[in-house]
Design a protein around this ligand. Structure first.
Ligand code: C2E
Ligand code: CA
Ligand code: CA
Length: 710
């Protein structure tokens, strides 16, 4: 198979789904990461907002306490601080509690709080601390509620996590405040907010509120004491709902997109499988087609290149399938093709292949040990196929081309690794075509002669025009003699091809090729013109000329103005018409009868004699004689060949001569080589003999000698 086609098939077969899957996963994980990042940013924003007010309120309390210490009125401030609702305590540097309000649930873990960020423990080395800080504030994890705890008891995150969430704490408002009064106002406002939140915790909607207790320590009294108050990060469930709804919607969307894409990928895979199947399926038989045969066959042979069998490709043709379709219907024809396909399929081994490659053609890859056995196998297969339908007998022609194998010294088969199955199939078709001239069943094996023949055809076709233009075609003359008197009565012009490279080529080697490619019409004109010229020259020189016949090919008869063409050619030279005779081969009479009769009549009108060549070699010679107003009947050389069947052969010849006579036709016997035949023909009244007995076809110089002898 052509590399280009193999590539195309591979491309179609290639599955790109894994790329889609990778892209799908990448897209979804990216969306997931973005979603998580977004959610955590939202959380951070939430917690930070909530926590800021807590810090500020504790700071405010510490400020109140600090102020009262400076004024020496700390006893008065205790009750005032208690009203804030915060549990709090005051410790000196030694750790002794100076005053305590509420429960002391302060934890052991102490976290240092700086103005803009929180440092989590000292051992958390990885955190950046590059901000200016004042070391007057600390956080303590609450020993009882070290975790962020929901009301239903779900523990969500520990203190560290929450502290991470708090980082960095924005306190722009505080920083921007220019005076203590302004700062105090901000803290007061925050405190009010905080109170509301605490009320929320204590009130009925506690159930829906998340609250995280922790302790905030602020250094007071010029660093000699520490004011530590219990604070809460509070947020109602409601606050989280929007976030939660958003996340859920996003999640659902992602899942929907994911499922859609998966469905898409799966359907792509399914479709691609269907396409591959279609690529390899034959619509008529539902079996395999040529693409499959070539592609899979080559694949198979590559894999089994050392298998012990020989393989051959067979092109099996259902002869006259089109006629069957014409008489019945295309549908019935196709049904029959399918039936044939199935019948062949049943006779194949697992290691063999079958495909329906065109309307009436099947391709088979068969294994064999002995080529003659394979031939017999095919013949018996054909015998069965011929009777596939009771009421008909069909015929099948098989062309066989074997796949070359070599054997190494151990007798192991070494088949070519890369078999071009298309080329082998082509050879099988070529072999089959050699049977196609007939309609009978048969099996033909391909051999290299087919290749040589084709090369010759190409060579001839390639050179024909050059040869014509350079006068490589030569006219030979074969005299015709009167057997009674041995006098020269006529001649036939026969073509020869003389070429430096190819030597002397007889017409049988190129005339059939010219007939097929149409060049024959130019050859016929060339011969006619040359003969006319020769005759004219000889007449001018005063020779006693006899009529010379020129062969007109059957292919030429399609042209309706043939008679006029002939007349014009001869008239251009100026040769009297009675010196030119035209030979029409018998097979030409099967074509358009009317047209042929017309041409013959015209030729006769113009004064040319017309003869029927090769009479007796065809099928309906007698029938043709009935309608054609011919002048000469040329008995085919076959009458004088082979084992003489005594009287029977002679009877046929003498009756043919009699028949011609009664139709007012002269007779010429062709291919006569022996004296007895000449005597017999003379006795029967045959007018002329053209044969080796008298003369072989000869160059014009020799023919001139013959004329001069007369
Ligand atoms: P054809 O027209 O039947 O020519 C007679 C052939 O029989 C010639 O073969 C001739 O050499 C051969 N022949 C004659 N007498 C004898 C004999 O006693 N014994 C044997 N064995 N053969 C004899 P040739 O010249 O090889 O021509 C073969 C065919 O090629 C011709 O058969 C004709 O069909 C065709 N052909 C030859 N020249 C031309 C031409 O100029 N135009 C066309 N259209 N066909 C031509
Ligand atoms: Ca002839
Ligand atoms: Ca002949």
């Amino acid at each position: 198979m052509a590399k280009k086609n193999t590539k195309k098939i591979r491309k179609i077969k290639k599955n790109h789904s894994w790329i889609s899957i990778i892209i799908l996963i990448l897209i979804h994980s990216t969306i997931g990461i973005i979603l998580v990042a977004f959610a955590s940013a939202m959380m951070t924003f939430f917690v930070q907002n909530k926590a800021n007010s807590e810090y500020d309120s504790v700071r405010y309390l510490a400020l109140l306490y600090d102020k009262s210490v400076k004024e020496g009125k700390q006893e008065e401030v205790y009750s005032q601080l208690a009203k804030s609702g915060h549990d709090y305590l005051i410790r000196d540097n030694a750790g002794n509690i100076i005053y305590k309000y509420g429960n002391d649930t302060i934890g052991k873990n102490r976290y240092k709080l700086v103005s803009d960020l929180i440092i989590i423990n000292d051992d958390e080395q990885d955190m950046n601390i590059d901000v200016d800080y004042s070391n007057d504030m600390y956080l303590y994890a609450d020993s009882e509620n070290n975790y962020l705890e929901f009301e239903d008891g779900n523990v969500e995150a520990n203190m560290k996590t929450i502290l991470k969430l708090l980082y960095p704490i924005q306190r722009k408002d505080m920083k921007n405040a220019v005076s203590d009064a302004e700062r105090e106002k901000i803290i007061r406002d925050n405190l009010r907010e905080n109170d509301k939140a605490i009320k929320g915790i204590m009130g009925d909607d506690r159930r829906y509120t998340v609250h995280l207790p922790f302790w905030v320590a602020v250094s007071v009294n010029e660093g000699k004491e520490e004011f530590i108050a219990k604070a809460y990060i509070n947020f109602a469930m409601q606050d989280l709902t929007y976030l939660l709804v958003f996340i859920v919607i996003m999640f659902v969307l992602i899942v929907i997109v994911f499922i859609t894409m998966i469905i898409n990928i799966v359907s792509n895979i399914v479709n691609q499988r269907k396409v591959v199947k279609l690529l390899f399926t034959d619509m008529v038989t539902d079996g395999h087609n040529k693409t499959w045969f070539i592609y899979r066959g080559e694949q198979y042979l590559r894999k089994h290149s050392t298998a012990k069998y020989n393989y051959a490709v067979v092109n099996l043709v259902f002869v006259k399938y089109r006629n069957y379709c014409m008489c019945h219907s295309i549908e019935q024809g196709q049904k029959l093709l399918k039936k044939v396909y199935n019948m062949i399929g049943k006779q194949l081994d697992k290691k063999e292949m079958l495909a329906h490659i065109a309307d009436s053609n099947y391709a088979l890859l068969l294994k064999y040990d002995d080529i003659d056995m394979l031939k017999m196998r095919l013949q018996s297969m054909i015998l069965q196929l011929e009777k596939i339908e009771q009421e008909h007998t069909f015929s099948f022609q098989a062309g066989v081309a074997s796949i070359d194998v070599m054997k190494n010294e151990n007798g192991k088969v070494l088949r070519m690794k890369n078999v071009d199955l298309e080329a082998v199939l082509n050879n099988a078709c070529t072999a089959g075509e050699s049977l196609a001239t007939g309609y009978e069943s048969g099996v033909a094996l391909f051999d290299n002669k087919f290749v040589e023949d084709q090369r010759w055809v190409d060579k001839v076709t390639e050179r024909q025009r050059y040869a014509l233009e350079h006068e490589e075609f030569i006219v030979y003359y074969q005299p015709k003699y009167d057997p009674g008197t041995d006098k020269l009565r006529g001649a036939e012009a026969l073509i020869r091809w003389q070429n430096d490279d190819m030597g002397f080529v007889p017409p049988g080697r190129f005339i059939p090729i010219f007939e097929k490619n149409g060049f024959i019409t130019e050859i016929d004109h060339y011969m006619l013109e040359n003969v006319a010229k020769d005759q004219k020259a000889w007449l001018d020189r005063g020779f006693k000329c006899v009529p010379v016949s020129v062969n007109i090919s059957r292919a030429h008869f399609i042209e309706t103005d043939l008679a006029d063409q002939i007349r014009d050619i001869v008239d251009r030279v100026g040769t009297p018409h009675e010196y030119i005779e035209l030979e029409l081969t018998e097979s030409a009479f099967f074509d358009d009868k009317k047209a042929i009769i017309n041409t013959i009549k015209k030729l006769k009108e113009y004064g040319f004699a017309v003869s029927m060549d090769d009479f007796g070699s065809g099928y309906s010679s007698l029938n043709s004689l009935k309608d054609m107003p011919l002048d000469v009947l040329k008995l085919d050389a076959e009458f004088f060949r082979g084992e003489a069947e005594g009287d029977r052969g002679e009877i046929v010849i003498s009756e043919a001569i009699k028949l011609a006579k009664s139709l007012n036709m002269r007779t010429v016997a062709e291919g006569v080589e022996v004296k007895e035949q000449v005597d017999f023909l003379a006795k029967q009244g045959c007018d002329m003999i053209q044969g080796y007995y008298y003369a072989k076809p000869m160059p014009k110089e020799d023919y001139v000698q013959r004329m001069m002898k007369e």
